[in-house]
Design a protein around this ligand. Structure first.
Ligand code: ATP
Ligand code: MG
Length: 362
């Protein structure tokens, strides 16, 4: 009987010592003076420092600008009242930021009260759910506009046809009016066609993405009235992948045109390609992708349109129709890829991800 008790004690001790090292959750133990006395390997990875560097360091010298401050931790030590926050941004002194779920509880070690902090990093989860939400919103906006455009297109054809017939009956002076109706109907048809988006299925072929990027580079260089510096930064090791050449070219041109329109003064556009691994596209983990980045040093995307940038009819320009990026998004979706943008003044970066082995590539 007593043997069994001893064994259980041993087993308990063994697991207590071994488990924190295996956990995905980052565990940090603070002593009663709020100095770090233990971090498990996940916490070392999260804090990008080893236990030997962190040992005895006051916690407020590791985190900066965080809601888990000394006052709350002291309160926990005195009252024993645990707390947990589900969406906390922690900033480090090197300005790196992470979003975590944190639970703080008190434990007693060797008769002294300690604090056990458990962190679970949620940046990626948050980003994926924000992307899924954006995706749904974009699809609803696109469907609504497509439906509307479709309804406008039919009577527009009738209107133009009637004006043409009427034109046959009229004298030269009156023909000016029918010409005006036809011209405006054509303008509207053009707009409606763009609203409807790409109407042909992509023509997929196994080829090298650099053929497209290089063509856009050349075209932009030939027609460059703003004298923008164009740079190339290619990864030639990217293998051939399956895509529609015209459509990918249209996408890159649209993005480059937007950059040209936004740029002023000493300006630069860089076309960059890389092979990227472990990316998430539409909630799926993709092992390998081609990554095409179009980077400019212009003023950045206006704040008020950043969240809805890819929605149809969202424009920051007085003369813009706001369809360019929505069309690009449709095209990249047809390729099972992903189009995203990060922008701040001085650095705007559009990124296209195309899986090496999308369904069409298999
Ligand atoms: N590189 C960039 N720098 C700054 N703003 C940008 C950049 N790219 C896009 N934008 C902003 O995003 C808006 C939306 O672009 P989008 O291509 O969808 O529409 P548009 O250019 O306004 O009109 P369209 O392309 O239909 O003629 C632009 O109006 C512009 O305000
Ligand atoms: Mg545009």
């Amino acid at each position: 009987m007593s043997d069994q008790v001893v064994d259980l004690k041993k087993i308990k001790l063994h697991y207590q010592q071994a488990l924190p090292n295996q956990m995905v959750t980052a565990v940090v133990v603070l002593d009663h003076e709020l100095g770090i006395c233990y971090v498990n390997p996940s916490a070392e990875a999260l804090l990008v420092k080893s236990l030997s560097k962190l040992y005895r360091l006051p916690i407020d010298q590791v985190f900066y600008n965080t809601p888990i401050n000394n006052d709350r931790l002291q309160q926990l030590l005195t009252t024993g009242q645990e707390f947990s926050d589900s969406d906390v941004t922690i900033e480090f002194f090197d300005h790196r930021k992470i979003t975590v779920e944190v639970t703080a509880s008190s434990v007693t070690f060797e008769q002294y009260p300690h604090i056990l902090l458990e962190f679970k990093q949620i940046d990626q989860q948050k980003q994926i759910s924000a992307e899924a939400f954006q995706q749904q919103q974009w699809e609803s906006a696109r469907d609504l506009i497509r439906g509307l455009a479709h309804e406008i297109k039919n009577p527009l054809g009738g209107l133009r046809g009637a004006a043409q017939l009427l034109d046959l009956e009229l004298n030269v002076e009156q023909k000016e009016y029918t010409a005006m109706i036809i011209e405006q109907a054509d303008r509207l048809t053009n707009l409606v066609d763009r609203l409807l988006g790409p109407n042909q299925l992509p023509v997929m072929k196994l080829q090298n993405i650099h053929v497209v990027i290089e063509k856009v580079f050349q075209l932009t260089q030939f027609d460059n009235p703003k004298n923008i510096t164009l740079a190339r930064d290619y990864d030639p090791s990217i293998p051939e992948i399956v895509f529609d050449q015209d459509k990918l070219q249209q996408t890159v041109i649209n993005i480059v045109h937007n950059a040209i329109q936004a740029l002023d003064g000493e300006s630069k556009i860089t076309l960059k390609t890389r092979a990227a691994s472990n990316k998430t596209i539409n909630g799926k983990r993709i092992k390998l992708c081609a990554e095409i980045s179009i980077i400019d040093n212009g003023p950045g995307i206006p704040d008020h349109i950043q969240r809805t940038l890819f929605y149809p009819m969202v424009s920051g320009r007085a003369s813009g129709t706001g369809l360019g990026l929505s069309i690009c998004q449709t095209i990249i979706h047809q390729h099972q890829g992903k189009l995203s943008c990060k922008s701040r003044p001085g650095h705007t970066e559009f990124t296209i991800l195309l899986p090496f082995n999308s369904e069409k590539n298999q």
